[in-house]
Design a protein around this ligand. Structure first.
Ligand SMILES: Nc1ncnc2c1ncn2[C@@H]1O[C@H](COP(=O)(O)OP(=O)(O)OP(=O)(O)O)[C@@H](O)[C@H]1O
Ligand SMILES: [Mg+2]
Length: 158
C-alpha cells in the first residue's frame, strides 16, 4: 500500500467512536476531513463522536441534513460539521462560510463530492464502506498533503 493510504476495520459503532476520538485528538485548525460513503455508512456517527470528544461541555450533535452546516465551539477551535447532500450549487459553500472555515477551523464534510473545484487539496479523505457483518465498516484513509503522515503517525499501531 502506498504511504499515502491506510485502511482500518471497525467492527461496531463503539469501535468507530474510539477511532473518531483517537483521530480527533490529533486534529488542528485548518484540518479538513472528507467523509465519503453511501447513506447509512457511518459518516455522521463518526463525526458526532469526534465532535463530542473535543467539546468541553456535552452538547447534542444532530445530523446537519437540512441546515447543511453546523458549527461547534470545541476545546481549542471551532469544528464545522457539513452534510452537503442537499447542496444546490457549489457556490453555496462559499455563502455558508465553509470555504473560510476550511482555513480556520476543523471541518468534517459529508458528501464532499458536492464541493467540486472547491475541494481543499490538503484534506484527509475517509471512505466508509460496509464490512462483512451488519455492524462492520471498512474505512480507507487517503491523502496527498504531507501533514497527514505526521498527524497519523502511530495512530493505528495497536
Ligand atoms: N461500525 C459502525 N460504525 C458506524 N455506524 C455503524 C456501525 N455499525 C452500525 N452502524 C450504524 O449505521 C448507522 C450509520 O448512520 P449514519 O447516520 O452515521 O450514516 P451516514 O453515513 O451519516 O448516512 P447519510 O449519508 O444518510 O448522512 C447508524 O445507525 C449506526 O448505529
Ligand atoms: Mg450523515
Amino acid at each position: 500500500m502506498s504511504p499515502f493510504a491506510t485502511r482500518i476495520t471497525l467492527s461496531s459503532p463503539d469501535q468507530t467512536t474510539a477511532f473518531a476520538e483517537r483521530l480527533g485528538a490529533r486534529l488542528q485548525p485548518g484540518d479538513v476531513l472528507l467523509l465519503e460513503g453511501s447513506i447509512g455508512a457511518g459518516k455522521t456517527h463518526f463525526a458526532r463522536s469526534l465532535i463530542q470528544s473535543r467539546m468541553e461541555y456535552p452538547e447534542d450533535v444532530p445530523s446537519p441534513t437540512f441546515t447543511l452546516v453546523q458549527m461547534y465551539e470545541a476545546d481549542t477551535c471551532e469544528i464545522w460539521h457539513a452534510d452537503l447532500y442537499r447542496l444546490s450549487m457549489p457556490d453555496e459553500v462559499v455563502e455558508l462560510g465553509l470555504t473560510e472555515a476550511f482555513d480556520n477551523a476543523i471541518c468534517l464534510v459529508e458528501w464532499p463530492d458536492r464541493l467540486g473545484d472547491l475541494t481543499p487539496a490538503n484534506a484527509l479523505r475517509l471512505a466508509f464502506t460496509q464490512g462483512k457483518d451488519e455492524d462492520e465498516r471498512e474505512v480507507a484513509l487517503t491523502w496527498t498533503c504531507g501533514k497527514w503522515a505526521e498527524r497519523l503517525k502511530g495512530a493505528f499501531d495497536d
